[in-house]
Design a protein around this ligand. Sequence first.
Ligand code: SAM
Ligand code: SF4
Length: 411
Amino acid sequence: MVRPNGSTPAAKCRSPSEHSVAPQRRIINGRVRPESVRPQDVSQCIRPNLNASSWSLLEANCEINVEILRSCLDWQTSMSELLPLIDSFGRLHNNLRISVTDRCNIRCFYCMPAENVEFMEKSELLTFEEIERFVRVAVPLGINKLRLTGGEPLVRRELHKLVEKLAAIPGIQDIGLTTNGIMLAEQAADLYAAGLRRINVSLDALSPEKFKQFTRRDGFEKVLEGIKAAQRVGFDPVKINAVSVRGMTEEEVVPFGHFARETGADVRFIEYMPLDADNAWERGKVLFAHEIIEQLSTEIMPLIPEGQPDKNAPATDFVFEDGIGRIGFIASISQPFCMSCNRIRITADGKLRNCLFSLDETDLRPLLREGGSDAAITEAIRASVAAKKEGHEINTARFIQPDRPMYSIGG
Ligand SMILES: C[S@@+](CC[C@H](N)C(=O)[O-])C[C@H]1O[C@@H](n2cnc3c(N)ncnc32)[C@H](O)[C@@H]1O
Ligand code: SF4
């Protein structure tokens, strides 16, 4: 068969009777059930992909049941709606970080300014219902892991009610929370009852004085109480996040090693990143993961790398040689893990960000607040993921620190 343009069809379709599944059984009320159309139907009938202009050509020239052809079109459309969030570097995104506020009850120097912070207006924050709607739209795109963060998420009133709403969404497999722990003792039980199971508590030092240097506030004892309360109500493990800063963290390393061994909490050191409101970050101020590994190995005992069960997890985990005490490292500066990043973020005021270090963001609040359709939100999520850059470029001269500091993005 020769087409009007002189080419021959790539594949000769078989007659309808040769198809292994009778097409009419897959048509209900004149609509083809997309899930009943199998990939082989498409490849048998349409090669290359069918588009509107080739439709009439195929119909005219091919011995094919038109219903099968239509079903193929439907199948292609529904499959493209269900495509997961894969960016142009092949990274699959299933992990959403949700910031619920930019407010905080302490002032870590690597994150917030010391004083006079301009917070978002309450009316600017997404409501719990708007957050829930967003997650419901994101789940069919493959989002199944959530982490609540901030600012300090526990200053958002009745956070456990949001956890409850999110835990009830079919398809959500995992909800985590990152907190500074100050208000954790009073909320741990409610959060656990609401369905939260994973908790990370940020604590940069094991002495009250050093804690105050990091946070510019008191509260060390409250954080310790929070950790104990979380362990008591059943969070296991509780993970401790400590930002590693040269000139400050060195004397905390060994105490943290013993803390991990004695309390069963996992301790994770996070290399200090250029996301501070004061713009004071310098590479020279980062205490690198390998230096901490060396110090722990010499001063306590050798650390053995654990296999990484989750290849997308940013932390590399180690355990002390005797099997007691787990230490992790998020080496964003010395060993960037951008190529395995599976995360997108939504800020408390509804801006979608495809990277912590992104210079662009997509404002979803108008869509969520002013009647935008699910399709429009889906489209915005897809566009954001498609535009994700290869990596953060901190180690190059091209790096530009984003305008939003960590507390207003959501770490
Ligand atoms: C922004 S905080 C939000 C949640 C909560 N307030 C807390 O501190 O856990 C999330 C995490 O980001 C970390 N973080 C903040 N600024 C950072 C920076 N410049 N470099 C590395 N980690 C940072 C914090 O230590 C914390 O573990
Ligand atoms: S790191 Fe967390 S606790 Fe510290 S100032 Fe930022 S938001 Fe607050």
